[in-house]
Design a protein around this ligand. Structure first.
Ligand code: MLT
Length: 233
């Protein structure tokens, strides 16, 4: 059964693609099922579905946005996408469950809103980057590309998926106190071993995002994401 917008299992925002020639036309195009890119925005610990919307506009104003709020509340207050036992120590059973739950939500949302499942680019920061990486490793069919800021290895799957048609932009901080250089490198190697087209971009920064890397991600999106640059022709 197709879920309606209000039945969808995450609190979320959905914004249809903006079009230079007008919102209404873009909305019509969306409901007609014409191709456009959808950013799946995944916030960091303690964030919400609003956090990354300005970032998405910076990356590409014309893309649609699906932005869920993580369902796990740390200490009863801080939304996350999966449970952790300590900083950097993940509850793997919960992570697997939440990864599948998020992937199923994206599928349901694509039916409810009429966006194309073949053109989803995950954009995740910190905890959101970790669940995006987990989706790539466990449910790769729902993403064509991913931009992950400050990601670490979420889990190592029993069998490596074939990521040969996935484009991944990793952006990591040289002085990140939460994600070590080795940890970022390990995730890069994992993606590489799964044949992904992945690049690891080092920033002169800690865990916080910089404008410079957002510019680099934007450039990357234009150049390397096969579904992206052809979306609006
Ligand atoms: C995580 O728990 O996913 C990472 O430690 C990043 C964070 O949310 O601080």
């Amino acid at each position: 059964m197709v879920k309606t917008k209000t039945d969808l299992s995450f609190i979320h925002r959905f914004m249809p693609p903006k079009d230079v020639s007008g919102y209404e036309r873009a909305k019509k195009r969306a409901t007609e099922g014409k191709a456009f890119t959808t950013f799946l925005l995944l916030h960091g610990t303690g964030g919400n579905e609003e956090d990354l919307i300005p970032l998405a506009y910076e990356l590409d104003k014309r893309a649609a946005i699906l932005s869920p709020r993580g369902k796990v509340l740390e200490n009863g207050v801080a939304p996350r996408f999966f449970r952790r036992l300590a900083e950097g120590v993940f509850d793997l059973e919960d992570l697997k469950f939440r990864t599948n739950e998020l992937a199923d939500f994206v599928i349901d949302a694509s039916k409810a809103y009429g966006f194309d499942l073949q053109r989803i680019v995950a954009v995740g920061y910190s905890n959101g980057a970790n669940i995006a990486s987990s989706v790539l490793l466990l449910r790769p069919e729902i993403l064509s590309s991913a931009i992950v800021f400050r990601a670490m290895v979420p889990l190592v799957p029993e069998t490596l998926p074939d990521l040969s048609n996935k484009h991944i932009f990793m952006s990591s901080g040289l002085y990140d106190p939460i994600v070590s250089r080795q940890e970022a490198q390990k995730l890069f190697n994992l993606f590489k071993n799964a044949d992904a087209k992945v690049s690891l971009n080092w920033q002169e920064s800690g865990h916080e995002l910089t404008m410079e890397e957002i510019g680099k991600a934007k450039e990357w999106l234009l150049q390397s994401s096969p579904h992206h640059h052809s979306s609006f022709v």
